[in-house]
Design a protein around this ligand. Structure first.
Ligand code: C2E
Ligand code: MG
Ligand code: MG
Ligand code: MG
Length: 293
């Protein structure tokens, strides 16, 4: 797990306290200055090809590296960032930083197919007029392989305004970015309906991989995976926490998985070590395939 510095002060972020409102304002004020203070960072979690357990790509995830409270997860600041509109700047930061990192890694590790990187897009970003233009300029500056930069958009964002979503997604696809449907299964729409949108990847929400009651897990997963395949989508299962999760997903026909079984979200140095392109080791590893377990 991410290091929890100053764990005794974590409660300041919890809105359930009596002083919730003051805390909220405090966090909001600090969050406004977080970008300029260089406290907003990205961590990267490997997405693994289950067939041979090699790294196919990474998901870029935001962290707030607070000066006193250490590295904070999105659950503690994304909703405030959404409410205040700060998420638009954070999202743009994530997009630019992830694209730059992907371009570096692709040059240092030219594998076929190329490494991919996914970036989450929030509801607020998605409804803005300039998302397409922003993505276009990021892509044109970062020189990444076609479709290897992917945007993750949740089912709920799409369903909020399906007509608008369809238009935007088609424009994004035409730019040559990949499109992943994130957290699939948490909303109330069907895959058959979502077929009209130009997604190339389906991310199965972790609640299906680690359900409260494990009884129905296989049957549910099998049918989601089968439907994803029928729709010719790449399929990534989130939340593969154990080796047996990974083995089961593979046997159910799921091609990719992401989860603690393969690695938690990590910083650039850790990711480069995993990829075998760490700079401390003078000889760059010739291994283009990183095999887990
Ligand atoms: P998400 O996009 O569904 O990301 C996957 C989340 O699952 C990540 O949480 C990841 O750390 C966590 N996870 C990975 N493997 C496992 C596992 O094996 N077990 C369990 N229980 N969890 C696992 P994280 O990093 O805390 O991010 C939470 C959410 O915050 C993300 O969910 C995403 O919705 C949002 N988020 C993160 N970064 C960004 C960003 O740059 N922009 C926007 N708009 N949202 C972001
Ligand atoms: Mg995601
Ligand atoms: Mg997800
Ligand atoms: Mg999720």
């Amino acid at each position: 797990h991410a290091k929890r510095l100053g764990g005794d002060h974590i409660e300041i972020f919890k809105p359930t306290m009596r002083t919730a409102r003051t805390d909220h304002l405090l966090v909001e004020g600090e969050l406004r200055r977080a970008l300029e203070r260089d406290e907003i960072q990205l961590v990267y979690q490997p997405v693994v090809r289950l067939e041979d357990r090699t790294i196919a790509g990474f998901e870029a995830l935001l962290r707030w590296n607070h000066s006193r409270y250490g590295r904070r997860p999105p659950a503690e600041f994304i909703s405030i960032a959404e409410e205040t509109g700060l998420i638009v700047d954070f999202g743009q930061f994530a997009l630019e930083r992830a694209a730059r990192q992907l371009s570096l890694w692709q040059r240092r590790l030219p594998v076929d197919p190329p490494l991919f990187m996914t970036v989450n897009v929030s509801a607020k970003q998605f409804v803005r007029q300039d998302l397409v233009q922003d993505v276009k300029s990021v892509i044109s500056r970062a020189l990444v392989a076609h479709n290897s930069l992917k945007l993750e958009i949740t089912e709920s964002v799409v369903m909020e305004n399906p007509e608008h979503a369809e238009r935007i997604l088609e424009k994004l696809r035409d730019l040559g970015v990949g499109l992943a449907l994130d957290d699939f299964g948490t909303g109330h729409s069907s895959l058959a309906y979502l077929q009209r949108f130009p997604f190339d990847t389906l991310k199965i929400d972790k609640s299906f991989v680690r359900p409260q009651a494990r009884g129905q897990r296989s049957a549910l997963l099998r049918s989601i995976i089968q439907m994803g395949k029928d729709l010719e989508l790449d399929i990534v299962a989130e939340g593969a926490e154990t080796d047996s999760d990974a083995v089961e997903l593979f046997h159910l026909g799921c091609p990719y998985a992401q989860g603690y079984a393969f690695g938690e979200p990590m910083n650039v140095e850790q990711a480069e070590r995993l990829l075998g392109i760490a700079t401390e080791t003078s000889a760059v590893s010739s291994a283009s395939k990183i095999v887990f377990g």
